[in-house]
Design a protein around this ligand. Structure first.
Ligand SMILES: NC(=O)c1ccc[n+]([C@@H]2O[C@H](COP(=O)([O-])OP(=O)(O)OC[C@H]3O[C@@H](n4cnc5c(N)ncnc54)[C@H](OP(=O)(O)O)[C@@H]3O)[C@@H](O)[C@H]2O)c1
Length: 338
């Protein structure tokens, strides 16, 4: 038996990847609706190698009879339409930041807290975490099992696709513009992104952190352990796809590099590439299109009692968004919807 599925934000960077992932993983789709703004109504999007689907206007769409909605149209749009879809009887897997910290909405990374999915019954909404949080908790959950994490200090190197399709175009156009001496006019980013790095993702909060940095701390607590302290610096870099993170972790108990590496080798969704030679690590350019969270540069941090440092890289559109959402849909279908 298949499901009636709607993809909201189907023309976007995440929505297109969701369509690809559903097709690649042969998710049992009986009927598919591709939804976006009225600007895109009538356009077509690809579904797998051979199929195309016509795009419909979200505002006019009736969700009655839809089983599962995978939604990524931005937080404001989700705030209105995800509850509307849930009220019509669908279960919504929402990629935006809108519902993540709602206590009645589970925030799920299937490799880490799959049992939280059961909480979907409260609002019929399941939230997909922020891209930078997902890849970090996939890499850290197996280590937390062994030695309990006390504190994390993380610096991110986040690609432009994390801000959507227009942001990728801005990197492309500015890069070309630099070579032909065109004036640089930042639109999606607060400063020039070509040949630059920007230590601001999302808006500033009262304590001086950005909202992206706050999200990493709050979401890690909700998914992994409320006791974990986390300090993040989130940086946008001129990369199209793939987020990298330099992660420093302080544990409660001893954990050797060998034990960490062994645990990560066994961990679902993780690929360890860690040879202490040139090219013995993964970079964002190599992870695009891949499902895994890659862990490299595992080493002891002797400046604290029980410390490790790691380099974590993943495709933000795949595991950081579409793949995680589709994995939730698979679990939901298998364990709860029958
Ligand atoms: N990119 C990532 O790595 C990532 C990871 C995790 C979560 N997210 C979240 O996912 C969401 C979308 O991100 P994205 O990167 O896919 O952005 P995007 O490339 O800009 O795409 C936005 C999508 O939303 C649709 N949309 C915009 N306004 C709409 C409206 N009023 N009604 C219906 N549809 C509307 C757009 O349709 P049109 O084409 O018709 O405008 C498009 O399909 C954001 O909330 C983002 O925070 C992104």
């Amino acid at each position: 038996m298949g499901y009636r599925v709607a993809v909201v934000g189907a023309t976007g960077a995440v929505g297109r990847e969701i369509l690809t992932t559903l097709a690649e993983r042969a998710f049992p789709v009986d009927d598919l609706a591709a939804l976006a703004s009225e600007r895109s109504a009538g356009a077509q999007v690809s579904f797998g190698e051979d199929d195309v689907v016509g795009v419909q206007d979200l505002a006019k769409f009736d969700f009655k009879g839809v089983d599962i909605v995978l939604s990524s149209p931005g937080a404001k749009v989700s705030a209105e339409h995800s509850p509307r879809a849930a009220k019509a009887g669908a279960v919504v897997i929402d990629n935006t930041s809108c519902f993540r910290m709602d206590p009645d909405v589970p925030l799920v990374v299937p490799e880490v807290n799959p049992d939280a999915i059961a909480g979907y019954t409260r609002r019929r909404i399941i939230a997909n975490p922020n891209c930078s949080t997902i890849q970090m908790v996939v890499a850290l959950a197996p280590l937390h099992e062994i030695a309990r994490i006390k504190r994390i200090v993380v610096a991110t190197y986040q690609s432009t696709s994390g801000s959507g399709k227009d942001a990728m175009d801005e990197l492309f156009n500015q890069t070309r513009g630099v070579f032909v001496n065109d004036p640089i006019r930042p639109e999606r980013f607060p400063k020039q992104i070509a040949f630059n790095v920007i230590p601001q993702i999302d808006v500033f909060m009262d304590d001086g952190a950005t909202r992206e940095e706050w999200k990493m701390a709050a979401e890690t607590k909700k998914i992994l352990d409320a006791k974990i302290k986390l300090s993040a610096t989130c940086v946008r870099v001129p990369v199209f796809i793939g987020h990298a993170e330099a992660v420093n972790v302080e544990f409660e108990a001893p954990i050797s590099v060998q034990a960490a590496r062994a645990a990560l080798h066994e961990a679902p969704g993780v690929s360890v590439v860690d040879h202490r030679v040139e090219e013995g690590y993964v970079t964002p350019a190599e992870c695009a299109g891949e499902d895994a969270v890659f862990v490299s540069r595992i080493r002891a941090d002797a400046t604290v009692e029980h410390g490790l440092s790691l380099w974590v890289v993943s495709d933000n559109l795949r595991k950081g968004a579409a793949l995680n959402a589709v994995q939730i849909a698979e679990r939901l279908a298998q364990d709860y919807l029958g």
